[in-house]
Design a protein around this ligand. Structure first.
Ligand code: ARG
Ligand code: ZN
Length: 844
């Protein structure tokens, strides 16, 4: 059942062409395939095996002669000629019954597909592996008004449409959409003069929510031309919004399919955060056209080859479109919030995993986000120019191929002459490296000594030192920068760096811009952190100094019963009063570390985290801040007021982010009065939702929740917010019961992943509620996951990750969590997806 990277063998045949005909019917779609195979001279001898799952085989033939293949639940084998031949098959599938949302399925009466990673085998018999690339011609027969597939449009007529994709592609990039859709059209002309028709296809009624996504698409196309020299390569680019979708979106060639939550936007229904995310995801999927589609992965172990690189590219795009410092901080918050727990718990795996049972379980923060960090480190180490040169070489050398991480690193070695053997450990070693720093000042020489070590992780012990780029700057005691950002390259387990010519001991600013995804261990005084908070020229480290102080303050409150650290709060106040600083940046400064992050730090330092105590400390600190800052709050509220029409750009959304941070403190003073006013007056979702959240939190939100429901019950995406917000904002004593009640609400649809995630994901994300000491949080999630598993294994398995930290808590928590994990594990006919996740979480 387990697949290993080391077992890779090429497929025994190449495919010259694929012709597919779909006769659409909800319960009985017929798929006819005609595939031209020729022996692959580079492959070892093997039986002819085609993947196929849940397909009824109607007929099969080779070169026109009927054959009778041996069919198993995984696929078929059949005897084939020694030379080239044509395979034809007809199968029947039932898209209307497909609740797993993998393969061909239906969403609100519309046909759509999701094939990555291994969904094409649920459509027809095929070598469903990314290194088998071919040219697809598709004919769709059905009465639906709109019928789409990959590539360029061909003939259309009464009840049919044909598509031809000239670019060879693996089956995971296949897509089909059919339904009574409407489009928001536009056009783009590439640098070399190709006219491209652009469309965003939606259900009637959603046309007015496409404009922002379309602008994001055009910006992405221009950016990829300008920054990476990459042009689009077909006559059409179609995006389709689908309500039922397991992930965010999918980069199918020329036909990107999106979770509607990741493309539809309007000021009235979407928050600023939604807009930013939509812009990034549109860019991400578009950028895949080169990093993923033109150059794809040899096998699924290489997933980070396309995902790490494409996440890195979309983060560069967002930095260029918005604020680079803000984007960097957001990404690091996300990395620490999602990737660090993964890397430091039972689900830890290398950026390039070595084995898996179900590949869908490896679309992880490690593969995506740590994968992107690895690219960022590589760029920092070789420099911007060498990075461009290497990436150009990658496109030149590997266009049209299915590649590996070795291919990727080789272009950097060839372009720069650098040996990357050690750097490669970032791809093969799991776990978050720890870097301990000590300093010495002697004569005029300042010395920094670094020691690195990586703790053991499941299946990996005794790790080797990695190449860690550490960006460092030095400030003199007056706060002037005396050494601008310099990248130190740490290769050994212990290494020292000298800086000469200082009259007084400088203050170091280490790991600027979070130059490597590591945990920095350094004993410094609060005074030094306060100094960096006041003076650091690196915006990331300035934010980081504040975050460290906030964290240390909360830890002291939790562990020693200390009161809030007023020296820190005064330093922070000075920063917040500095109106030369971007409001978005100041909003980030106002947010402390999350409860989950505090739990993680406590655990790493040898304490058993107590979710109630963590929650209480957060509440106490927030109350203290709001009382201490009675003068500051109105001033910030004034500064963050937006005038003029709503736009979702960085400037306005930064102001609204600051306003929301202020409102949350203000609500603690006025019992929800300002929030209620804002709720009543809001003309955009950002302000409306922020106000509603504060009202619910302060216990004055129940009527507003009903008003909100009445206002928005027709809009699925806004209703997702309504489901999620109550669970997230209510105090832990009420959140679990509310989540439970919501799962029985008439609008709760278990088959819709967005609704399920909104409700149960909010529970899992509410630290004190999920880890409630009577086990009620664990019980509800487990119960719902058990119900979902038969319907949608992928989403079930992903959400099991909520339990990944279970071993950190006290024995009562552990007993409850273990019982629930074992209950899931014991479910009859548990999916392979969920089984793998629960087993790893229990045993890792
Ligand atoms: N390639 C898609 C993206 O990152 C993700 C699709 C993953 N889907 C899945 N079922 N595993 O853009
Ligand atoms: Zn992707």
């Amino acid at each position: 059942e387990t697949v290993y990277l080391k077992d890779y063998t090429p497929f025994g045949w190449i495919i010259e062409s694929v012709h597919l005909t779909f006769r659409l019917a909800p319960e009985a779609t017929r798929v006819l395939s005609r595939i031209r195979f020729a022996p692959n001279p580079d492959a070892p001898a093997q039986d002819f095996f085609l993947h196929g799952e849940a397909l009824s085989l109607i007929s099969a033939s080779i070169d026109g002669t009927p054959v009778d293949p041996q069919v198993t639940p995984q696929g078929l084998t059949v005897a084939v000629p020694d030379s080239a031949f044509t395979w034809e098959a007809e199968v029947e599938i039932a898209p209307a019954k497909n609740t797993a949302l993998e393969g061909l399925y239906m969403s609100n009466g519309m046909y759509c597909t999701q094939c990555e990673a291994e969904g094409f085998r649920k459509i027809t018999f095929y070598p469903d592996r990314p290194d088998v690339m071919s040219i697809f011609t598709v004919r769709i027969e059905g009465e639906e008004k709109v019928k789409l597939s990959n590539g360029n449009p061909g003939k259309t007529g009464e009840g049919f449409a044909e598509w031809h994709d000239p670019w060879p592609k693996p089956a995971y990039l296949f897509a089909l959409v059919a339904g009574d859709l409407v489009s928001h059209p536009d056009a783009f002309t590439t640098k070399s003069g190709r006219d491209v028709d652009l469309n965003i296809w939606v259900r009637p009624g959603d046309e007015d929510k496409c404009a922002f996504g379309m602008e994001a698409l055009k910006k992405s196309m221009t950016w990829d031309e300008d920054v990476y020299g990459r042009e689009y390569d077909l006559d059409v680019f179609n995006i389709v919004a689908v309500d039922d979708f397991n992930m965010g979106a999918m980069e199918n060639k020329g036909l990107n399919i999106f979770n509607s939550s990741c493309v539809l936007a309007s000021p009235e229904t979407s928050t600023d955060a939604n807009f930013e995310r939509i812009e990034a995801i549109i860019a991400h999927e578009y950028f895949h056209n080169w990093t993923g589609n033109r150059i794809t992965c040899r096998d699924w172990f290489q997933l980070c080859l396309k995902e790490g690189l494409t996440v890195y590219r979309d983060s560069q795009f967002t930095s260029d479109m918005r604020s680079a410092p803000v984007k960097r901080i957001e990404d690091v918050i996300d990395l620490r919030g999602r990737q660090f727990p993964e890397d430091q718990g039972p689900l830890s795996h290398p950026v390039r995993p070595e084995s898996f049972q179900e590949i869908n379980n490896f679309y992880t923060a490690t593969v995506y986000d740590k994968g992107a960090e690895v690219i960022g480190m590589l760029k920092r180490l070789v420099g911007d120019e060498a990075y461009s040169k290497a990436v150009d070489l990658y496109f030149d050398r590997h266009d049209g191929q299915a590649c590996t991480i070795e291919d990727w690193l080789k272009v950097f070695e060839d372009a720069t002459g650098r040996d990357l053997a050690q750097f490669k450990r970032w791809y093969t070693q799991s776990g978050t490296p720890r870097v301990a720093v000590s300093e010495r000042f002697e004569g005029d020489t300042y010395t920094l000594t670094f020691r690195q070590h990586s703790p053991d992780t499941p299946n990996q012990k005794d790790k080797q030192p990695q190449v860690i780029p550490i960006a460092v700057g030095l400030l003199n005691p007056n706060g002037d920068e005396v050494l601008p950002t310099t990248v130190l390259e740490l290769n050994d387990s212990e290494q020292s760096f000298n800086f000469k010519g200082f009259a007084a001991k400088p203050v170091p600013s280490i790991l600027r811009g979070f130059s490597a995804p590591v945990v920095l261990e350094r004993d410094t005084t609060p005074r030094e952190k306060a100094f960096l908070l006041a003076h650091d020229t690196d915006s990331f480290n300035r934010w980081e100094a504040n975050r460290d102080l906030a964290r240390d303050c909360l830890l002291a409150m939790i562990l020693d019963g200390a009161g809030p650290d007023t020296a820190w709060l005064d330093g922070l106040e000075a920063v917040l009063r500095d109106d030369s600083l971007d409001p978005a940046y100041r909003a980030l400064m106002m947010a402390g570390p999350s409860a989950a992050e505090l739990a993680q730090v406590l655990y790493a330092r040898g304490h058993t985290p107590d979710p109630e105590a963590i929650h209480q400390a957060g509440e106490t600190l927030a109350q203290f801040k709001s009382e201490r800052w009675v003068d500051l709050l109105p001033r910030l509220a004034e500064e963050s007021r937006v005038t003029g029409a709503y736009t979702p750009d960085a400037e306005q959304s930064g102001k609204r982010a600051l306003a929301s941070a202020v409102l949350s403190l203000q609500t603690r003073l006025d019992g929800g009065k300002a929030a209620a006013e804002q709720f009543a007056a809001a003309d955009n979702m950002t302000l409306q939702l922020a106000a509603l959240g504060q009202m619910v939190k302060s216990g004055t939100g129940e009527a507003a929740l009903e008003d909100f429901y009445a206002q928005w019950k027709h809009d699925r995406l806004v209703m997702d917010k309504w489901f999620g917000l109550q669970v997230a904002a209510l105090p832990p004593e009420e959140a679990v019961e509310r989540a439970e009640r919501l799962t029985r609400h008439p609008d709760f649809t278990i088959t819709n992943p967005n609704r399920f995630r909104a409700t149960l994901g909010a529970l899992a994300g509410s630290h004190a509620a999920f880890h409630r000491k009577d086990g009620a949080g664990y019980r509800l999630l487990a119960e719902m996951l058990i119900r979902l598993d038969d319907l949608n294994p992928q989403t079930t398995a992903r959400m099991c990750a909520a339990f990944q930290t279970w071993k950190r808590y006290d024995s009562a928590h552990r007993a409850f969590a273990r019982a629930e994990l074992e209950r899931i594990k014991a479910k009859p006919k548990l999916s392979r997806d969920t089984d793998e996740m629960v087993s790893r979480i229990l045993n890792g």
